[in-house]
Structure formats: C-alpha cells, structure tokens
Design a protein around this ligand. Structure first.
Ligand code: NZQ
Ligand code: ZN
Length: 392
C-alpha cells in the first residue's frame, strides 16, 4: 500500500568546494546580527575551518559569541548552556560547525532559547514539551553520517538518567547547510567507517519494510546503499578523494532528509536499540549500528520477510535470485557482515568493546518504551534482548 505523504524539505544547501567564502556571511546576515557559533572538541581549529568561519563573520560585520566543546553523543548540559547563551545575548542565529553531535545539540539550543522551561523537557518521555519555535540554524557539516544537516531531528544524552533520546520537529530544521566535501578530508578512517554504517542504517530502517509498493523509492535507496558500499572504502584508503567524500556527503543527507520515506509506513528498529548502547556505554553511534544490523537482519529473516532480502541481495549485490531464497538472504547478510567488519574494519561484537549482558534487560525495556518496536518485524523487549545477546 502507498500511504499519502507530504514532501517539504526547505533546506538551502550549498554543496561543493569554496562555497563558504562569500556565502556564509551573507546567509547569516539574513537572519540578524548576533551569531552563536557552536562546535565540538577542536577538529575545526586543526583543519583551519574555524579561521575561515571567523573571517566570514567579521567581513559581514556580525557579532560573534562562541560555544565550543560539544561532546560526541551531545549532553543536555551543553544544550542548557547554549539555550542560556542565546537568551542572555539575544542571539539571532546559531551557526553549528561540526558533525551530528554539534548540529543536534544546536537544534535543541535553538528550541530551548524560545521557552522558559528546561530543554530536557522536550525529550523526557513523561513531559514531551511541544517544540513550536526555534531560532534559525545555519550549519557547516564536517562529517558525513547522521544527515542532521538536512533533517529536523536531534538526539541528546542525559548521563544522569542514562537516557539518549531523539526527537524530530519541523522548527528545528536547518535553514541553510554548507556541504563542502573537502572539509571531511580530515575525518579519521574510524569515523568515516562509523559514518558509513550510520548512513546505511538510515536507509535500511526504511528499505526493510513490508510496504513494498513504492518501487521508485526502493530503486533510489538501492542506489544510495550501493553508493556507500562503493565509496566508503575509497574514502578510508584515500581520505582526500573528492569523488568519494562528495558521494558520501550527499548520500548522507538524502538517506534521512525524508524523501525516501514517501508512501511507506515505517518505524525504526536498530536505532532505538543502538541509542540504548550509546546511552549506557557512550559508544560511537555508527559502531553500535554496525554491530547490531547484521544480527537484526538474521533475527527478522522468516518466510514472511525473505522476499525483501532477496530483492536486496539481487539489486544491491547482484546475487543469483534463482538460488533457494533463504540461501540468497543469508549470503546477503554475510556480505553486509564482511563489509562492516572486514572492509570498514569495525569491531564486530559487543564483547570486543567491553559491553556485557548486565544491562540488556533494562536497555531492551527502554528501547521498546515498555511496548513494541513496530518496525520491519515487530520487536518486544524479549526480542531486543535476544538481538543484544546475538551481538556478544
Ligand atoms: O568534536 P570534534 O573535535 O569536531 O571531533 C569530532 C568528534 O570527535 C570528529 N570530527 C567531526 N568532523 C571532523 C572530525 N574530525 C576530523 N575532521 C572532521 N572534519 O568526529 C567525532 C564524532 O563527531 P560527531 O558529531 O559525534 O559524529 P556524528 O556526525 O556521527 O554524530 C553522532 C551523533 O548524531 C546522532 C547520534 O546518535 C550521535 O549522538 N544522530 C543524529 C541523527 C539526526 N540528527 O537525525 C540521526 C542519527 O541516527 C544519529 O542518531
Ligand atoms: Zn543514525
């Protein structure tokens, strides 16, 4: 069945080399005078991007405020600090320069600046305060992974409660995103690999779905998957390969900007399971997804679902569909395992990253929010616990 949908992705994207110069200042100025620049642990200073940004801000005659130090798996305390700064300095626009963590945190700062309550109330399941307004966000993406540059979502950690919670709200959608692939030349092989796993998972969460009728979007998703499988290994071997970095960057945005969802009913599975791993153990999101994904694929394989795996196997990997269907499906899963753990070189088990089963029951309960994950195959707490156990 093809469900009705609304297509509306109003993010202005400047893609390519040298797009920041002359355009960043002009875009920021369009939103006002006072800019809050947010960034992470310092990669933008090492790469020289910080100086370039400052020059643009200065030339445009803007007033600059800075919030550095946003953590990977960004913490609610950083969001609180940013929202407070926005109020204190009457900020007009937030400029987020970084990966998903910096952009996500900035989204909730932007929303937090418009309310009197604690920004955690936006995320806390028992409160879910409405997000009706946010300051405008402009970003410069430095890592191809989350798609935060073109979606309205953000995921924030609260170490006090061991929670990592996401939310998507239209007012937090960036107004302008600068995507210059050369900025990602300095991303490490490990973060490149994790980014690739994240992009693939965003596509799998939609592609592996029992609403099969949107053929056009399935073909598009297969193209995105093939793009990552082709270019992530090149980007790891040759970090300054423009074609590889450019393909990864644009694929990361399109994997989650909402376009591929059109007409498909969907609920995600690996992401809620992974967010618990990050919440409890502060691991890199893409690594957790790489470990979970092949096990989730194995767990969901059945008479009812096998045809989707065969479609994936034949259209993505060119496997022979005349073989017995379960064999084709298992071969495709084995190829994904090989890609994550051999080609990308990511660790393949939770034990290798020192995670044992002690929190599985609590994490599984939180992942399903006490109910069922209504994804490709509905998963209850006991199913999620079994999948975690398969990852040990
Ligand atoms: O902090 P700095 O010094 O900048 O270093 C970062 C950080 O250590 C480094 N890095 C980023 N760009 C670089 C670079 N190093 C060298 N050169 C560059 N150009 O990479 C490290 C990781 O950065 P981070 O922003 O944490 O990575 P990512 O973009 O993967 O973001 C992960 C966060 O996004 C959330 C994840 O859960 C996680 O919290 N997600 C956000 C989503 C969304 N907004 O829609 C969806 C995703 O599914 C995901 O959940
Ligand atoms: Zn993700």
């Amino acid at each position: 069945m093809i469900h009705n949908f609304i297509y509306d992705i109003p993010v202005r994207v400047y893609f390519g080399k040298g797009q920041i110069e002359g355009n960043l200042g002009k875009e920021l100025k369009g939103f006002g005078k006072r800019v809050l620049l947010t960034y992470g642990g310092g990669s933008i200073k090492k790469s020289g991007l910080y100086d370039k940004v400052l020059k643009e801000i200065e030339e445009a005659g803007l007033e600059l405020y800075e919030l550095p130090g946003i953590e990977p798996n960004p913490r609610i305390d950083s969001v609180r600090k940013g929202a407070q700064m926005c109020k204190e300095h009457n900020i007009d626009v937030i400029l987020a320069v970084g990966g998903g963590s910096t952009i996500d945190a900035s989204k909730f700062m932007a929303a937090g600046a418009c309310v009197e309550h604690d920004p955690w109330d936006f995320l806390d399941h028992s409160k879910r305060a409405p997000v009706t307004k946010a300051l405008p966000i402009v970003d410069i993406l430095t890592l191809s992974a989350t798609g935060s540059e073109m979606d309205c979502g953000g995921v924030i950690s609260n170490p006090v409660t061991n929670d990592k919670i996401g939310r998507m709200e239209f007012p937090m959608l960036p107004k302008v995103s600068f995507l210059d692939p050369t900025i990602t030349y300095s991303v490490s092989p490990y973060q490149t690999a994790c980014g690739a796993a994240d992009i693939l998972s965003h596509i799998f969460e939609v592609y592996f779905n029992m609403d099969q009728d949107m053929y056009m979007l399935d073909c598009f998703m297969e193209g995105l998957i093939k793009t990552i499988i082709k270019y992530a290994p090149i980007a790891i071997k040759e970090p300054e390969n423009y074609e590889a970095r450019a393909n990864m960057m644009w694929a990361s945005s399109w994997a989650i900007n909402g376009f591929i969802n059109g007409g498909k009913r969907q609920a995600w599975s690996c992401h809620p399971m992974e967010h618990e791993l990050s919440a409890y153990y502060d691991i890199t999101h893409g690594l957790g997804l790489a470990i979970l994904t092949p096990r989730w694929m194995k767990y969901c394989l059945s008479e009812k679902t096998v045809s989707k795996y065969v479609q994936f196997a034949t259209n993505v990997f060119g496997l022979d569909a005349t073989m017995p269907s379960f064999q084709v499906a298992e071969n495709a899963i084995a190829l994904m395992e090989h890609f994550f753990f051999k080609t990308l070189g990511l660790k393949s088990t939770l034990s290798e990253i020192e995670i044992d089963s002690s929190n599985f029951a609590t994490m599984a309960k939180k992942a399903v929010l006490g109910g069922t994950l209504k994804g490709f195959v509905p998963l209850k707490q006991e199913d999620v616990e079994k999948i975690y156990t398969m990852c040990l």
